[in-house]
Design a protein around this ligand. Structure first.
Ligand code: HEM
Length: 418
């Protein structure tokens, strides 16, 4: 046999992300013609990897051909008999997805989100005050984790004393995407893990909490999003307890882990690219672009998967009905065909073409994008107003996962500002 055998990492293996996004591997994959087949392994059956931005957008905007519902939206397989009970709207296709999304979408429009700005600012200020007073510490647990969970819990109506529990449970949900062995009985769970989202017993904990919240809101509506959801109707019927719990879990997870990850990576950029943030300080019109550049680099969600509903062709590759198609946001966001010097951090980058960290467009485009942008914008501008300068006080500890680009711990020292 002649030719070169290119060693490719298994993109499904959580260990592939032990040192962050495997940029070199993704660059090689983007340079290959067509789609690239990732063979089956211990993490599930094989799949097509979509690594270029244009191809990713094409998949994202065509839910008829690339379904969220038919298989699963993560790489591993989910048994057909438990798919429906595990599903939230992100796992469904139009038109059912459309009807469910409508129930909560008004709470997250850019205009509505403006109403949260003062609360967000307040949370950012108080977390930064404590961080500065302590002279630094773990940026993740002190700043990046509590702000987004506080914001989404406020919107939903979850009391402050339960915010730490929400952080703990969503951390455990993420463990379901690592190679960690999970205790099936945690959170009082008695069900087989295959029936639970993320195959995690924490999903049971979240579900129990949500069921209680629903009952309380039905007895005593409090005007919050959880109360609205408790009485909301789809086709004349209220959401069942399980449907309600899945909604709850989706919002708690999506509104928390992702923004936390972007805020964690922000701290590293503040250190490495201080000159870029100096540009923003002297020209605040660059603030929005700085937010986008942080989100692009962080690519907090590494991928989502779809399943082909028919035999089709993408980028010249034949994809058979039933095959898995994985959209690697963490690759497309560094596609050299769209971003000049893609590894560079540049707040002066032209807006078009934009990144796909919030999705490639289409039905499932991130519902919380405006909220996440506002939270990041508040944090960056508060850091800049204070002239806050950080220095690393140790190597970052990353979350072990093939799904989120998370940071578990990031020790930083405050060297200036406050
Ligand atoms: C930097 C922060 C965030 C990132 C990078 C992010 C990323 C994403 C991505 C990639 C998707 C899937 C898009 C697709 O399939 O086309 C998504 C969906 C979603 N996101 Fe976000 N997200 C962030 C923050 C938030 C926040 C703060 C919320 C709060 C509510 C949120 C709620 C959702 C929901 C509910 C969905 C499912 C939408 C649907 O299925 O219709 N996200 N997000």
């Amino acid at each position: 046999m002649t030719g070169t055998i290119v060693e490719r990492p298994d993109l499904a293996d959580p260990a592939t992300y032990d040192h962050g996004i495997p940029h070199a591997a993704f660059r090689d994959l983007r340079a290959m013609p067509g789609l690239v087949w990732n063979p089956s392994g211990p993490w599930g059956s094989g799949f097509w990897s979509v690594t270029r931005l244009d191809d990713l957008v094409a998949v994202s905007r065509d839910p008829m051909t690339y379904s969220s519902e038919l298989g699963h939206i993560q790489i591993y397989d989910v048994d057909e008999d438990v798919r429906a009970v595990r599903a939230s709207m992100i796992d469904l296709d139009p038109p059912v997805h459309t009807r469910l999304r409508r129930l909560i979408s008004s709470a997250f429009t850019p205009r509505h989100v403006q109403g949260y700005v003062e609360d967000i600012r307040g949370r950012v200020r108080s977390r930064l005050d404590s961080f500065v007073e302590a002279g630094g510490g773990d940026w993740v647990s002190a700043v990046a984790a509590p702000i987004p969970i506080g914001v989404i819990c406020d919107i939903m109506g979850i009391p402050e004393e339960d915010h730490d529990l929400m952080i703990e449970m969503t951390d455990h949900l993420v463990e379901g995407t690592s190679s960690a062995e999970l205790d099936p009985g945690a959170y009082g769970n008695t069900r087989p893990l295959r029936e639970l989202p993320f195959n995690s017993p924490a999903a049971h904990g979240v579900e129990e909490y949500a069921r209680n919240a629903r009952r309380q809101r039905l007895d005593n509506p409090t005007g919050d999003l959880l109360s609205e959801l408790a009485t909301a109707e789809v086709d004349g019927e209220r959401l069942s307890e399980t449907e309600y719990a899945r909604f709850f879990q989706l919002m708690i997870f999506a509104g928390n882990e992702t923004t936390r990850s972007a805020m964690s990576h922000l701290a590293t950029h503040l250190v490495r690219h201080a000159e870029q943030f100096d540009r923003v300080r002297s020209d605040p019109t660059l603030l929005d672009a700085a937010v986008e550049e942080v989100v692009r680099h962080a690519s907090p969600i590494l991928y989502f998967r779809r399943t082909a509903t028919i035999d089709t062709t993408l980028a010249g590759t034949d994809v058979a009905a039933g095959e898995k198609v994985v959209m690697w946001y963490a690759s497309a966001n560094f596609d050299e065909a769209h971003f000049a010097d893609p590894m560079g951090f540049d707040v002066g980058r032209p807006k078009v073409p934009g990144h796909v960290a919030f999705g490639g467009g289409g039905a499932h485009f991130c519902l919380g994008a405006s909220l996440a942008r506002m939270e990041l914008s508040a944090l960056i501008s508060e850091v800049l107003d204070r002239g806050l300068r950080l220095e690393p006080a140790g190597d970052p500890v990353l979350v072990s996962s093939n799904f989120v680009n998370g940071v578990e711990r990031l020790e930083m020292t405050v060297v200036a500002g406050g």
